[in-house]
Design a protein around this ligand. Structure first.
Ligand code: CU
Length: 134
């Protein structure tokens, strides 16, 4: 009986490790690698070298009250992206951009007004762009 338990334990452990690794890969912060900009993107935001966004100001026209934001990491260091309203309240889910070409899309219900697109990595205060929603 003990022998049987030992023989079962190794394949089970291997299976658990495999499941664990798959789970990790699937939960990589919500960003995936190697995609293209969705055709319906209202705003395309890119983190670029020099700890900056590709633009200081962005403009978008909401469709049915929603704005589709595509964000991509085109730099060599990790970033994230948060959309804040005028009161610094985070809008929807943030996007983690751990490596170059990490990207994701957010469809956010945003009323017309002024928002900020920021990166909250410490020291990345320069990454604060204005998003005007019409
Ligand atoms: Cu950053």
């Amino acid at each position: 009986m003990l022998c049987m338990t030992t023989r079962l334990a190794t394949p089970l452990a291997t299976l658990l490790v495999a499941v664990g690794l798959t789970g990790l890969a699937a939960c990589g912060g919500g960003a995936t690698t190697g995609g293209t900009v969705p055709a319906d993107a209202d705003v395309v935001v890119k983190a670029i070298d020099g700890v900056a966004w590709n633009e200081k100001t962005f403009e978008a026209t909401a469709t049915d009250g929603k704005v589709t934001i595509y964000v991509e990491n085109d730099s060599s260091i990790a970033h994230n992206m948060y959309v804040l309203d005028a009161n610094e309240k985070v809008q929807g889910d943030y996007v983690d951009l751990p490596t170059k070409s990490s990207h994701d899309t957010r469809v956010l219900p945003l009323a017309p007004g002024t928002y900020h697109i920021v990166c909250k990595v410490p020291g990345h205060n320069n990454m604060n762009a204005t998003l005007t929603v019409k």
